[in-house]
Design a protein around this ligand. Sequence first.
Ligand code: SF4
Length: 101
Amino acid sequence: MIKATLMMLVVGGLLGLILGIAEKVFFVEKDERSEAVSAMLPGYNCGGCGFPGCSGLAGALVSKDVKTVCCKPCKAEQRQAIADYLASTVGPDGTNVIVKA
Ligand code: SF4
């Protein structure tokens, strides 16, 4: 019984150590701008922009995969606000994003 308990403690400790190392090695810094832009979009998730949802377009804008705020239901002021936000806010890499409204 004691031997089995010790074995479980060792296995648990090793797995915890492996998970801790994996978290450090595979850590991806989160870009807060993606959530901010997603919150500025209408949230209809209609797919009219060619992405499966608003968060998809937000991620593409932040990662510079698209050059225009191509949300069809957005009003012009909303598109301009998103473009202004991206132009004035730097990301974790120290750069901003220039897109057309
Ligand atoms: S077109 Fe606009 S509302 Fe529709 S999914 Fe794309 S970002 Fe969201």
